[in-house]
Design a protein around this ligand. Structure first.
Ligand SMILES: NC(=O)c1ccc[n+]([C@@H]2O[C@H](COP(=O)([O-])OP(=O)(O)OC[C@H]3O[C@@H](n4cnc5c(N)ncnc54)[C@H](OP(=O)(O)O)[C@@H]3O)[C@@H](O)[C@H]2O)c1
Length: 277
């Protein structure tokens, strides 16, 4: 779906965090777009109680800085209250979500994902609806989010899918869905590459990479992304920076070549946790 590897900025925290402001979101998104992220990631669910469109509107504004920048959004999961989100994969919900996304983005959706593939009642019906939207030209590509290997196979029995977005990073070491997508030629977007905002400090989870970062005067986040981009073809990390400094630092990983010492450090850190990449 994307024509080159690279980093995607996810904007969930920029909308949903306590104290989040549109002003900060605009600054972080602008920095990400200017530094070269390859897509923005949003969702119908990245909404405020009094504004269901804020997540997609902010993404669309960000794209004005670089027309043509792909925007990923998600249907079938919505904000229902201060701390309540509901999932609904019905034909009516998916169709009305897609129509609202097109309205807010001002263009057909580049990639529409079924947000909670793990929570819908009738996955086959949800996937058939997404495929119909693709046939009708409202969306260019379709996929699943939060999907096991079994759900991916069930979806593929209904229609070809273009992408999967699951948690994959240094918090959850489950690479089974990534490998499955790779074999099936499906793009894989890995959210929370650093384990998300509540994970233990990254340096404690990848001590060898952290030591190299100190030696080289750079950040452990940047080095981790550099290696993950190099060793996981067909994987696009979806980062959740909420500061201009951290998004600039992370996106710089896209232009840094990696070397054997760095590669071995990350692979060693993963291996010591029993993960073979
Ligand atoms: N499909 C789904 O169901 C789903 C679920 C969850 C998330 N997502 C998507 O994935 C995105 C990312 O998720 P996440 O926020 O959990 O992921 P994350 O990127 O693993 O974690 C975000 C944390 O990493 C920090 N960070 C990022 N770059 C850094 C750097 N260079 N230096 C220091 N700290 C850095 C951020 O710090 P600062 O805040 O200080 O910048 C933030 O605290 C979300 O925005 C959303 O779009 C999708």
């Amino acid at each position: 779906m994307l024509d080159r590897p690279g980093i995607v900025l996810g904007i969930a925290a920029l909308v949903l965090n306590e104290g989040a402001t549109d002003e900060n979101a605009r600054e972080v998104i602008a920095a990400a777009v200017d530094e070269g992220v390859v897509a923005l990631d949003t969702a119908r669910a990245y909404a405020r109680i009094d504004d269901d469109g804020v997540g997609e509107r902010l993404a669309a504004e960000g794209r004005e800085r670089r027309p043509g920048l792909p925007i990923i959004t998600k249907a079938g999961h919505y904000r229902a209250g201060a701390s309540a989100w509901h999932s609904d994969g019905s034909v009516e919900r998916i169709r009305s979500d897609a129509a609202r996304s097109v309205e807010l983005l001002g263009a057909p959706v580049d990639l529409l994902l079924l947000h909670r593939a793990d929570r819908v009642d009738d996955l086959e019906q949800s996937v058939a609806t997404l495929a119909a939207l693709r046939d009708e030209g409202l969306v260019r590509a379709i996929g699943l989010s939060n999907a096991s290997v079994e759900l991916i196979d069930r979806a593929l029995a209904v229609a070809p899918i273009d992408a999967v977005q699951n948690r994959l990073g240094l918090g959850v070491d489950s690479f089974a869905e990534y490998r499955h997508c790779r074999e099936a030629g499906i793009d894989f977007f890995g959210y929370a590459p650093f384990g998300g905002p509540r994970a233990a400090p990254l340096a404690t989870r990848v001590p060898h990479v952290a030591a190299l970062a100190t030696q080289r005067g750079t950040s452990v986040h940047r080095l981790v992304l550099e290696v993950m981009l190099a060793v996981l073809p067909g994987y696009w990390p979806v980062i959740g920076s909420t500061r201009v400094e951290s998004v600039r630092d992370a996106v710089a990983a896209m232009s840094e070549p990696i070397d054997d010492e760095l590669r071995d450090a990350l692979l060693g850190d993963l291996e010591s946790r029993g993960v073979a990449v």
